[in-house]
Design a protein around this ligand. Sequence first.
Ligand code: DGY
Length: 319
Amino acid sequence: MSKWKVLVTRHDTPLTGLKLLESRCDVTILSGEAPTRADLIQAIPGHDAIFLSDHSHVNAELLDVAGDKLKVVSTMSAGYEHLDVAEIKRRGIKVGHTPVVLSAAVAEVAILLLLNATRRAHEGRLLLEDGKFQPKPTTLLGNDIRGSTVGIVGLGSIGVEIVKRLISFQVERFVYTGHARKKIGDDLGAKFVTLDELLKMSDFVVVATPLTNETHGLFDDAAFDKMKKTAVFVNIGRGPVVKTDALLRALKEKKIFAAGLDVVDPEPLPKGHELFTLPNFEILPHLGSSTVKTRNDMATVAAQNIINALDGKPLVYPL
Ligand code: DGY
């Protein structure tokens, strides 16, 4: 029997995933450091599956070129805003992603940003570099996590891991918002509130929500206006959940204390962007899931999603 044919979109895909695929399938890997859309379109016909190790868009145009043979689209990411899921499923093609296995790593980055922002790490470094640091009792005072109220926007798997980690920081109260109250929220002692309530009461606001029509642009001027002036804002979800200009105003006008972002719109934030000039702005270049183990696990799950689909079994994490 001929083997299934799988197209992988990047040469530097973790070997855990590639080896698993190669044990069952014929694997074609797009070559080059930055394969183009044209490369993808040229390569895809005749494949049974596509393994996305990047955020290539899978839409009607690509599916038309792929043809009837395509049975499964598997993205090595939790986020799936680059996929037209409705269109993929309408054509009877299975589609999977890799949530959960990255939640711990992303939660660690949320804590990193939260601590850096509230303890003014970047500002401190700038003062040192400029030779302007003066050790006074009031220099670079931050705000405690201990005794604070932490608000999580989106208590999914990542939000839960953030709460679990912050419990050891002696947070006074956890609140969260989303579609509905969740049992896991009750188990963690977190209170379900409206977004408005969360913004008003939280000392730390952490965005851990995916990008959807509902969350797009959720954090605008009005949202930042509702937050405490001492609040720290963290986003490890998706950049476009926040209107970047509104965040810039909030930080410049000291509507909030500081912000820490792993994701931003646009991404990467262009060189010379005004946000880089602000001492109360911490940023990472979307490193949430960037650990060796996490990326290996993501590749394994993405490969397993493909094998399961081709074997006619349920995907590990279907969409
Ligand atoms: C994800 O998996 O969605 C991470 O943000 C990396 O893209």
